[in-house]
Design a protein around this ligand. Structure first.
Ligand code: FE
Length: 349
């Protein structure tokens, strides 16, 4: 599509293009849906469950390399199922998605092929990519603490675990147990503490009457409005986005667990599909996104570059450097089912 020669090139008809793509996805249409027929060797095709600012990044890639990108947006699971059912007939060269759990699942289902690339292994720390090189993190999101500075003494806030203290009774908002961000955070607790101790922590949140809200933005707005919670657990970029619109918003951010293992981070990332027609171009796109394309890929959504040579955008940089939990994202993904089980046992909504 970004070769600017497709009938649905977004430069001409952006809305329509997406509708065509989504329709193709929903109706299970194959080659006639969105992708051009035939294997032009200058086109890389992407299935993406990540939507934030992708078009801008792909456009930049096209300008830098002359390689066309066609992409299909959809739900993470939807696209994974589609890839699995298409098998060798798939036209997707790259599967891109958010959350380590989705990437780990795709890897386990054999939907990726390993890629040996020093550019990629050199571009990001080992915890942000698959140990078997099947997928690579491209942006990092930190799940951390936000609070109302008028109501909360920052000295008293420290860790996810400490939210079980009596002082936080009835004062904390989080997301529910079906939310993948919550699942990954709890998976990280299991990895660090073992199941039983992690169960105590989550049960401690429940005992503290943690309030469940249905979006990170709602959590931030509830804290800002002097609402029913003074503290929230959210992905950092939601606060950055709110700050974009409202620089004086009365919500502060604290990087969690800084005196210990560090703040829980997750990734969005991508891998070359097992049946890619153009694995070289796919690899080139992922390499570009991990290097020259890091700024284009991350800044629009205030995510944090996985590549330590690339600076985060100014809004995120304001919050300073932080220690990140170096638990491997693949392990977080692999513990996802256990995390769901644990929350149900703990009575976490
Ligand atoms: Fe998000």
């Amino acid at each position: 599509m970004l070769g600017l020669r497709r009938p649905w090139a977004p430069s001409r008809r952006p809305r329509r293009a997406l509708v065509v793509l989504l329709l193709a996805l929903l109706t299970g249409a194959t080659a006639c849906g969105g992708f051009a027929v035939g294997g032009e060797d200058d086109t890389v095709r992407v299935y993406s469950g990540r939507h934030y600012d992708l078009e801008a990044a792909f456009q930049r890639f096209h300008a830098d390399t002359g390689i066309n990108v066609e992409f299909l947006f959809g739900g993470d699971a939807e696209l994974r199922e589609r890839l699995a059912s298409e098998g060798a007939d798939t036209q997707a060269d790259v599967y891109m998605t958010v959350d380590a759990a989705n990437l780990a699942l795709a890897a386990e289902q054999g939907l990726f092929q390993p890629v040996e690339s020093q550019t990629l292994t050199g571009a990001m720390p080992a915890n942000l990519r698959d140990p078997h090189n099947r997928w690579f993190g491209l942006s990092m999101r930190a799940r951390t603490l936000v609070y109302d500075p008028d109501e909360v003494d920052a000295q008293q806030l420290s860790t996810y675990e400490a939210l079980t203290q009596p002082r936080w009774q009835g004062r904390v908002c989080m997301r529910n147990s079906t939310n993948s961000y919550t699942q990954s955070l709890v998976a990280s607790l299991i990895a660090h503490h073992g199941f039983d101790r992690a169960l105590e922590i989550v049960a401690g949140w429940v005992d503290n009457d943690v309030e469940i809200l249905n979006s990170d933005v709602r959590i931030i707005d509830t804290v800002a409005a002097n609402g029913s919670c003074d503290v929230g657990v959210v992905n950092h970029y939601y606060l950055a986005r709110r700050r974009d619109k409202e620089p004086d918003l009365g919500v502060a951010l604290m990087w969690a667990n800084q005196n210990g293992r560090g703040t829980h981070v997750n990734v969005s990332g991508a891998g070359v599909t097992r049946h890619a027609d153009n694995p070289q171009l796919a690899q080139r796109l992922i390499e570009w996104l991990a290097t020259d394309g890091q700024t284009a890929f991350n800044h629009g959504n205030h995510e944090i570059p996985v590549n330590p040579d690339v600076a985060p955008d100014p809004l995120v940089a304001q919050w300073g450097d932080f220690t990140q939990d170096e638990l491997n994202a693949q392990r977080v993904g692999a513990l996802n089912d256990e995390a769901v089980e644990l929350m149900s046992e703990a009575g976490y909504e």
